[in-house]
Write a protein that binds this ligand. Structure first.
Ligand SMILES: [Zn+2]
Length: 306
């Protein structure tokens, strides 16, 4: 007994040290946007990381070996869903051998649930459509009200996984929502003078943003989502921009500017880099800065043209 007791004490000490070190829930998201929201809700009870960076095309992410290790340690995986991550994530989840984060388990959260999802298919989906948006538009977090829904889902799931932190998560959620409400009023006021502005975007990333801020998307530089520009389609877009007096072409930071720049040169429209995600540029440090940056860029580009 004399020998066992110190060993027991040492084990208890180790265990408590271990639990202190492991107290933080490990949250992994496919997107920096949801990692940012999860960090706001989880504060010091969570550590968050994102697989895709905000300056990368979220449909086509290069799977790094480190992703498997990060997933193997995760307590919660938050995805955009609607097959945004279909090109890289499912095999990584399998390779992580982490049952907690398998779809259907509490450690897997699909952020799209409960959100306002646009372009839901009304006919049977087939791959022959060549579409990367088969189950509706997956860029839904560009509507801040969907960000609110995601924040609520994250708070509920964190509370389920870590009941001891529930009061903290609810308090942080309330603070997040209060700030979002205040910022939305500011953003809507800035965008109000431009309601109804016709825009062209490179990829179909912005229907939720356009709905939230009353813009009218009349065309895309891509003939279909995920299909690169073609000469015939580019000519159609040039004609469309001229006919409808479209002032701006919004381009996500990860696309080649060659075609949009040539369209701009032919039409007088202004090409604006528009960031769909947190981390798209270093200034976009959180979900609020995302809208601040894009809305300021939009207003600066359109102001002189109205
Ligand atoms: Zn897309």
């Amino acid at each position: 007994m004399k020998r066992i007791l110190p060993v027991l004490f040492a084990l208890v000490a180790l265990a408590s040290f271990g639990s202190a070190a492991e107290a933080k829930l490990r949250v992994v998201s496919s997107l920096q946007d949801f990692a940012s929201i999860a960090q706001s809700i989880g504060s010091d009870r969570v550590e968050t990381l994102a697989l895709a960076k905000g300056y990368q095309d979220p449909h086509f992410v290069d799977a790094k070996p480190s992703f498997v290790l990060q997933l193997s340690r995760a307590d919660l995986l938050i995805v955009a869903g609607l097959e945004l991550e279909i090109g890289y994530l499912p095999p990584l989840i399998d390779q992580s051998r982490n049952d907690k984060i398998h779809p259907g388990n509490p450690g897997y959260l699909d952020g799209s649930v409960g959100c306002d999802i646009l372009q839901r298919p009304t006919t049977q989906v087939t791959r022959a459509m060549g579409d990367v948006h088969p189950y509706g538009n997956p860029h839904y977090w560009t509507d801040p009200e969907n960000g609110r829904v995601v924040a609520r889902s994250i708070a509920a799931r964190l509370s389920q996984l870590d009941a001891a932190g529930s009061a903290t998560y609810q308090k942080n959620l309330a603070a997040f929502e209060a700030r979002l409400t205040q910022k939305e009023a500011e953003w809507r006021a800035k965008m109000a003078p431009y309601a109804g502005t016709r825009i062209v975007t490179f990829h179909d990333s912005w229907p939720n943003f356009a709905k939230a801020f009353k813009l009218d998307i009349v065309g895309h530089v891509e003939p279909k989502p995920g299909i690169p520009p073609s000469p015939t389609h580019t000519l159609e877009i040039i004609n469309l921009i001229q006919a409808q007096k479209v002032p701006v072409i919004l381009v996500e930071p990860y696309f080649d500017r060659k075609t949009p720049d040539s369209i701009a040169a032919r039409t007088g429209a202004t090409v604006v880099t528009f960031y769909p995600s947190v981390g798209g540029t270093p200034a976009i440090t959180d979900y609020f800065a995302l809208f601040d940056t894009d809305i300021n860029a939009f207003v600066a580009a359109v102001k002189g043209k109205k």
